[in-house]
Design a protein around this ligand. Sequence first.
Ligand SMILES: Cc1cc2nc3c(=O)[nH]c(=O)nc-3n(C[C@H](O)[C@H](O)[C@H](O)COP(=O)(O)OP(=O)(O)OC[C@H]3O[C@@H](n4cnc5c(N)ncnc54)[C@H](O)[C@@H]3O)c2cc1C
Ligand code: FES
Length: 399
Amino acid sequence: MSKKSTAVNANVVDTKRPTVVGADKHPGWHALRKLAARITTPLLPDDYLHLANPLWSARELRGRILEVRRETEDSATLVIKPGWGFSFDYQPGQYMGIGLLIDGRWRWRSYSLTSSPATASAGTARVRSRAIRSSPATSGSDRTVTITVKAMPEGFLSTHLVGGVAPGTIVRLAAPQGNFVLPDPAPASVLFLTAGSGITPVMSMLRTLVRRNQITDITHVHSAPTATDVMFADELAALAQDHPGYRLAVRETRAEGRLELSQIGQLVGDWRERQTWACGPEGMLNQAEKVWSSAGISDRLHLERFAVTKAAPAGAGGTVTFARSGRRVAADAATSVMDAGESAGVQMPFGCRMGICQSCVVELVEGHVRDLRTGQEHDPGTRVQTCISAASGDCVVDI
Ligand SMILES: Cc1cc2nc3c(=O)[nH]c(=O)nc-3n(C[C@H](O)[C@H](O)[C@H](O)COP(=O)(O)OP(=O)(O)OC[C@H]3O[C@@H](n4cnc5c(N)ncnc54)[C@H](O)[C@@H]3O)c2cc1C
Ligand code: FES
């Protein structure tokens, strides 16, 4: 059943002022906002801006969900119109944070952008495929972005985004980031290795390559349980038809079994020569790391992980104190310090939310936290990643 989501309104927005994400990219706008803040005191500019348009905010990036378009039985593409301050010059393959207000609490997750960035080079592409021309997700000109979400069984936000979020909902956004990106120009020969929802960052890359007219020599091996589970199936088929340089091999794992990457040479004879971008379940990515490493070509493998395996929770958790606001919250041994902070209304910095990007690092002032992946305990005075650390007894963090 879908959860109740609420559009941003004056009663529920945080009272705190985080730094406006992306302000460094647009110093002019930021200065204007600060000036507006002075002129409009004691009321804040947001109070006026919000009345005029809920997408205008000096405090945070916002977006409006324009459309939720079903891709497969359990996935959907969300077309989002970002508000003020959003920078469209993200790189294909990057992800952004999206926050929804559900039951009075902001819930954040990261999703790869599936749209193609609206860059100058994208706009000058001479040849476009029928698939890309007909896809609303690829046009940067309408100043929208897309993410494509697969509903995880038991997944809290993904099920809501796929099945329960209404067009018109205002969401919070965190600026695009990530290193799983395609260079410009693209390498001469490329292998995309994707499975399930792992196709999403590669979709942005493919759409961008089409717009740049850089589909030269791409082999794409994609795994899904059945053909009907393949996201973007029609667009990929049209791409293969329109561009001889793009070859797609779909592995239907329910009938054919999982792809054994140690045998990848049987499918892609020259895989060693190709720059490879891989995104999919953890097992597939771990195997890819081993295979590419034994071949001595780890430098040609680029990985994006959507999830990490967590160790079994140990201990009883504890009370986490957030030193700067003085807020406190009891958290069990399976709840990350980040989730605990967000549940207490603390503005926690984040990026990937899974232990990779280091955006969430803060100092542990007192007590101990435990790494949810490895079980390792961290001592006071160390800097810890709040997204994959849980309280191990009472603790204080410097945020
Ligand atoms: C950089 C990045 C990019 C991402 N891009 C996309 C994307 O484009 N499309 C997309 O659908 N998802 C993407 N994700 C995953 C997404 O952020 C959420 O983790 C996912 O939607 C599940 O959220 P949830 O709230 O439904 O699940 P939760 O309620 O948070 O978790 C439910 C259970 O599922 C497990 N779980 C969570 N995510 C996964 C996963 N991916 N695989 C296996 N188990 C998991 C959790 O450990 C938990 O046990 C991305 C993640 C990262 C870090
Ligand atoms: S948010 Fe990326 S490491 Fe914690």
